[in-house]
Design a protein around this ligand. Structure first.
Ligand code: ADP
Ligand code: NI
Length: 208
């Protein structure tokens, strides 16, 4: 790992360690692995931009506002990133968030890679684990048979409603497969998507 990347990982560790298990440093490390896999098939992408964007992509996450320690810009300053590198990293991070279906448009291959890598970690077996970890940390219900999944919602409606964890599968997780951008991301998402569908079928058998 390049020195700047290692230093950055060291600096963000204390921030992510305050987040619940759905967004801890292990999430960042898994997203890094996904990103590196995708990078192998995207030779035009700048690896350093991708790596730094992965490390920093959740430090200003609005869901963990009380735990923010530094802005992305401050972190990039601390590790000595040039203005040009910082601008590229920030632009890649800007399009990562799902935001209830209101994600910003992808403007670079690096942004596409980081977003696909983050979304891969939101689906499949790990996606299931993370959804219940997040729901558990927020005191949400596992499922709510009466609750209807919303098909359209504003970004703030998406954030503010305390939905049951299984509802979140229908409002976000099952939609991600179609929103992947890179060829490798699309390929990896398919398998994970099927696994979530089997999980939901089995769950239905057990609870209904
Ligand atoms: P983003 O921050 O990228 O816009 P989310 O707000 O959906 O995306 O949060 C990222 C992850 O946090 C999700 O993939 C999921 O694991 C978890 N999460 C967020 N909202 C919920 C929810 N209502 N129920 C269960 N898990 C959630
Ligand atoms: Ni993330």
């Amino acid at each position: 790992m390049r020195e700047m990347v290692a230093r950055c990982r060291q600096l963000v560790e204390t921030i992510y360690n305050q987040y619940d298990a759905s967004h801890d440093l292990d999430h960042i490390d898994r997203v890094m692995k996904n990103a590196e896999k995708i990078l192998l098939t995207e030779p035009a992408a700048d690896e350093l931009v991708v790596q730094l964007a992965v490390l920093l992509h959740d430090i200003e996450d609005a869901k963990y506002e009380a735990m923010h320690e530094a802005t992305t810009n401050q972190m990039l300053d601390k590790i000595g990133a040039s203005a040009d590198l910082s601008a590229k990293v920030i632009s890649a991070i800007e399009s990562v968030s799902f935001n209830g279906g209101h994600a910003k448009e992808i403007t670079s291959i690096e942004g596409a890679i980081v977003r696909d890598a983050d979304r891969l970690d939101a689906i499949g077996a790990i996606g299931i684990a993370r959804a219940f970890a997040f729901g558990g940390a927020r005191g949400r219900k596992l499922y709510d048979l009466e609750e209807e999944a919303r098909r359209t919602m504003s970004a703030s409606e998406y954030r503010n409603k305390e939905t049951a964890s299984v509802t979140h599968f229908y409002e976000k997780l099952l939609l991600l497969k179609e929103l992947m951008v890179t060829t490798e991301g699309i390929r990896l998402a398919k398998e994970r998507h099927h696994f979530m569908e089997s999980f939901l079928e089995q769950l239905k058998i057990e609870i209904e």
